[in-house]
Design a protein around this ligand. Sequence first.
Ligand code: HEC
Ligand code: HEC
Ligand code: HEC
Ligand code: HEC
Ligand code: HEC
Length: 429
Amino acid sequence: MKTRRDTHGTLRRIERGAPTEPGLRHRSHRGIFFLVVLAFAVGLCLSPASAQTTPSGDGLPQVNTDGWTSSAVCGECHQSIHAVWRHSLHANAWTNGVFQAAYRRAIDTYGAEDARECLTCHAPTVRHGGDYEVKQKVTAEGITCDFCHSVNAVDLDDPKERFRLTVGAAKYGPLRHAQSPAHKVVNSDLHKSSEFCAACHEYRTPEGLLVLGTYSEWKASVYAKRGTQCQDCHMPLVPGRVVGLGIKKDTPNEVNWHDVSGSHDIDRVRAAVKLELVGYEWLGERVWVYVKVTNEGSGHCFPTGLPMHRAVLEVTLREGTRVIDQREIPFEVVMLDKAGRPLRREHEVLVQAARVRSDTRIKPKEARTVDISFRDIKATKLAVTATLNYEYTTETLVPGEKEGEERVEPVTMKFLIATSQSTMRQLGR
Ligand code: HEC
Ligand code: HEC
Ligand code: HEC
Ligand code: HEC
Ligand code: HEC
């Protein structure tokens, strides 16, 4: 193993600090800024704990030059990035129970050979070395540092392999003129572009149906025209150090936010989607309620990704406290298999979806006014409530009664995005 130590002036011998792990699951960006700085500060004070790396002559942890390197090694120098990434969905793309449940279903339904395809995105290091049995620790790290930073090109039109990888000594990233004592550094504009993300966030089934279309939804939007990339919203620059002070001093004081959250950060969804009760009409015993839902800040359809992600508008009429009628309007895409059967599970969608039955999702910047009509209204005064929820019905793998046992359980997640209330009178047209 040979890694050149660059003589970049300010390099110092590393005080081997354990990567820090404060519970970095926080909702507000300000909290994250603060914690990133804190994580970094704590990282500097902590003492050694890693036996994973082979230090070179000068005591610095080194990357594996002829295969994948675990994130634990990267995290010894890139502490603040590692502390955030490790709680991300990307880091948990293989381990999380929802994926595990669906992956088992895929194996049971289509066989282990076909289910391998799932790993090419959820444990993408299988693309080089082929550890489909997930025997190595680095494979279980899901979408790990070394995978993303070994990508040197993508070809979205190549159905066999969308990524071009250079695994080993070189790490590809957005910084210009960076130099590292642990690895070669290659400047890559690809990492600043949506095409990089598209290699996983855009996917057609063997039937040819686009089931993950986040990239093309973005591409058709005003964001793409203005040059706003996925990273600009999902990986903004936040205060933090690219590497610990012990490694290098003159490095940028900001890092890209590696949490890369989406709808799991419900505050983000709330900030992006607006709900308004815009008016009503009341003619005799019929009432029309007009509700406007606007996708103000999401760079693609709302919701995007798998069709299990739904937003549901609920409109309720009350006379006093008594509910007299209620209506639900989903914003969702419904996909069918070849035989026209609606597909409700992730593994079925990803393998069998053949056509779209309906798509009522809200496009980027679209303001949609929905009119909901109610009949046989005898009251003269009503209260109306419009509520928008984010819903996700799926399954998850949980530990069973006995030691070592596991079972699949249904789960429904439901979060309130927004609610609005008003009163209506029969004469008030
Ligand atoms: C011994 C410490 C050390 C280790 C271990 C380490 N790096 Fe680095 N890395 C650095 C330094 C120093 C820089 C340069 C920072 C600068 O110049 O501002 C750097 C830069 C980078 C960059 C920026 C490249 C660019 O052009 O944008 C990436 C990406 C990166 N490292 C990824 C990784 C990954 C992935 C791992 C684990 C496989 C890793 N590093 C392990 C010290 C390290
Ligand atoms: C999903 C892919 C992905 C994963 C996983 C990932 N990165 Fe990155 N990383 C990126 C992208 C993309 C950028 C550049 C974003 C931009 O410039 O807009 C980046 C930027 C960087 C940089 C340059 C400094 C900065 O923040 O801009 C370093 C260093 C780095 N990553 C290290 C790491 C380490 C260490 C890990 C694991 C703890 C990691 N990355 C995990 C995609 C990833
Ligand atoms: C190697 C494949 C891969 C790459 C590259 C990748 N992703 Fe992902 N991404 C995934 C997978 C798989 C998940 C779902 C993980 C899970 O929950 O099991 C995911 C989840 C997400 C989420 C959802 C988080 C949430 O809170 O719901 C967002 C947002 C996201 N990715 C954005 C990005 C962006 C932006 C990029 C480019 C900088 C990117 N991804 C690159 C595979 C990838
Ligand atoms: C203008 C900002 C913006 C841009 C650009 C953007 N997103 Fe998002 N993204 C959001 C917001 C806000 C959410 C949460 C609301 C939602 O689910 O649509 C989100 C959610 C997501 C989710 C979570 C889906 C789910 O239901 O769990 C994924 C995955 C995602 N984005 C990927 C991407 C990718 C890939 C790109 C680039 C092709 C991209 N985003 C571009 C703002 C943006
Ligand atoms: C082309 C890349 C790709 C392939 C192949 C893929 N997925 Fe995914 N998967 C994603 C992305 C990206 C997400 C993020 C959520 C979204 O956009 O809806 C995701 C999300 C999921 C989720 C939701 C996880 C969560 O935390 O909410 C499950 C479950 C899942 N995938 C199962 C599978 C199974 C099972 C297979 C194989 C049949 C598979 N995936 C194949 C990219 C992929």
